[in-house]
Design a protein around this ligand. Structure first.
Ligand SMILES: C[S@@+](CC[C@H](N)C(=O)[O-])C[C@H]1O[C@@H](n2cnc3c(N)ncnc32)[C@H](O)[C@@H]1O
Length: 235
């Protein structure tokens, strides 16, 4: 699969407001403090981890890993360019929190099983794994027709992943909802930049046709709820 380069590249997903409310949610539902050891698998530019480090005054630099290395990564994190499974093969650290946000659907089912096993084996005694996926039910991500079909396919995979995790682990389930207001022009740029994995395989013609549909379908300001499902696995 082609890699995601523009997910958190100056989008609402990298805005201060989004990251603050996401981390508020994370802190409220976890047992994090300044001594916590944190790993983020698929951290992107690491802005969530960097903000978490400031908020919690973390004594240990949080670790962020990703298969893509961006020039504008957050300086407060320790970054490693590696995938989750290979990271754990060489890792001897244990963590209080392992975060996997909007990344797990990019892995094959066999890799997901392996990764979760590794994560559980690398937790400290009170440690937790927080896995976030797009909410597969009543998702409101603005789409055009072809994008909608592809997104539905991906959301069905998310459903299967969530069911697999819930069936095989001691866990609790939560929802994180963020109200997005984005200018149509900005969203069109995000679509052209293929911000979401759903768009990665689309060619120029698909994107141009999709942008035309979005121009007609939405007002100048697009309002929707970015809804995530969160599954928390305990050791
Ligand atoms: C949709 S983005 C989410 C980024 C970040 N977690 C966030 O929510 O802002 C998915 C990220 O996962 C990374 N990724 C894909 N496969 C991965 C793997 N096997 N191991 C680690 N990271 C991976 C991608 O490069 C991308 O940065």
């Amino acid at each position: 699969m082609k890699s995601i380069k523009n997910w958190d590249n100056k989008t609402w997903l990298s805005s201060k407001d989004y990251i603050n409310s996401f981390n508020k949610f994370l802190i409220k539902h976890s047992n994090l403090n300044s001594s916590s050891k944190i790993l983020d698998i698929g951290c992107g530019r690491g802005k969530i981890l960097g903000n978490l480090s400031t908020k919690l005054k973390l004594k240990n630099r949080p670790i962020g890993i990703d298969i893509e290395s961006h020039k504008d990564k957050d300086k407060k994190i320790f970054f490693k360019k590696i995938d989750g499974i290979n990271f754990f093969k060489a890792n001897n650290k244990r963590f209080d929190l392992i975060l996997i946000k909007q990344t797990i659907h990019l892995l094959k089912m066999s890799e997901i099983k392996k990764l979760i096993k590794f994560c559980k084996n690398n937790l400290l005694p009170e440690g937790q794994i927080f896995i976030f996926t797009l909410d597969p039910v009543k998702n409101e991500i603005p789409t055009f027709k072809k994008m909608h079909q592809k997104l539905q396919y991906s959301l069905n995979k998310d459903k299967k992943i969530i069911n697999f995790i819930i069936k095989n682990n001691k866990c609790i389930s939560k929802k994180f909802i963020y109200k997005v207001k984005v200018k149509k022009q900005k969203y069109l740029k995000m679509v052209k930049d293929k911000y979401i994995s759903t768009l990665l395989d689309f060619n120029l013609k698909d994107i141009e046709k999709g942008c035309e549909e979005i121009r007609l379908k939405f007002k100048n300001e697009i309002n929707f709820r970015d809804k995530l499902r969160c599954v928390v696995i305990k050791k």
